[in-house]
Ligand binder design. Structure first.
Ligand code: BTN
Length: 244
């Protein structure tokens, strides 16, 4: 597939640029916005995502097909993104991260990648007009000390592989996973590389704190946990791994 890749030296946020483009002009399906640094990289739950110059891969993929897609398409998009990043990193660098549900990638106990998916949808008709999948990867330690206060939680791939090669491997994997692979193959791969299955977890649900063991990921990418008394299916949110 021939795709548009738009490259910036610096930008506020590639996800924000993707939105600006969607509202102001025709955007081809599978357009990619990539930047060498972001002044205001955005993470989930309103957090910032540190994006120092020259040390990471920061990009957004815009999915904007001619026909709107059904909501069910979105269920798996974050799972597909996480699996694609993992496969792309593995293919280009030989390193094999693990996925912490929903879609953070960890290597040697530290987070090396976060994904922020945003959608433009009509909730009444359950149709999705476009999806922006924003991916940020810490490739090598930056020269400045921008990660100082995150040193216990943020890691890096640490590789000699050039960043463009990592990006192109991920884009190829994402294309394959979206258009060629069966959903169950992707879920199987996700499960094999999951950091939370078989582990004791803690999380909050409707204001209540729980401890439970991660037991499975279902066909929608939801996490199933067992408290000992009941099984709970989590469709979104954050879990912590005990002992880490
Ligand atoms: C998270 O871990 O909470 C998600 C982080 C997502 C960061 C990426 S970097 C490229 C894209 N542009 C952004 O502003 N955010 C995403």
């Amino acid at each position: 597939k021939d795709i548009d890749i738009i490259v910036f030296d610096e930008i506020d946020s590639t996800n924000t640029e993707a939105k600006r483009r969607l509202y102001s002009r025709e955007v081809k399906d599978f357009t990619v916005i990539v930047s060498d640094m972001q002044r205001g990289g955005r993470g989930r739950t309103g957090k910032t995502f540190k994006s120092p110059k020259g040390s990471g891969v920061y990009f957004s993929i815009i999915l904007h097909p001619k026909e709107f897609f059904d909501f069910s398409f979105f269920d798996l998009i974050t799972v597909k993104a996480a699996v694609s990043v993992l496969q792309g990193i593995k293919e280009s660098t030989g390193k094999e991260p693990q996925i912490k549900w929903v879609n953070d990638l960890f290597l040697k106990g530290k987070k090396i990648c976060g994904i922020l998916s945003e959608l433009d949808a009509d909730f009444e008709s359950r149709s999705v007009k476009s999806v922006i999948v924003g991916i940020g990867i810490n490739v090598n330690k930056p020269e400045d000390d921008s990660f100082k206060e995150l040193k216990d939680i943020a890691g890096y791939i640490e590789t000699d592989t050039i960043r463009n090669e990592i990006l192109s491997s991920i884009l190829n994997a994402f294309y394959e996973n979206n258009y060629r692979k069966k959903d169950h193959e992707i879920i199987d791969y996700y499960k094999k590389h999951s950091l939370v299955i078989g582990r004791e977890l803690s999380f909050e649900l409707n204001g209540k704190k729980y401890s439970a063991k991660g037991i499975d990921i279902n066909e929608k990418g939801n996490l199933i946990v067992d408290t000992g008394e009941e099984k709970i299916t989590l469709s979104s949110g954050e879990v912590s791994i005990k002992g880490d």
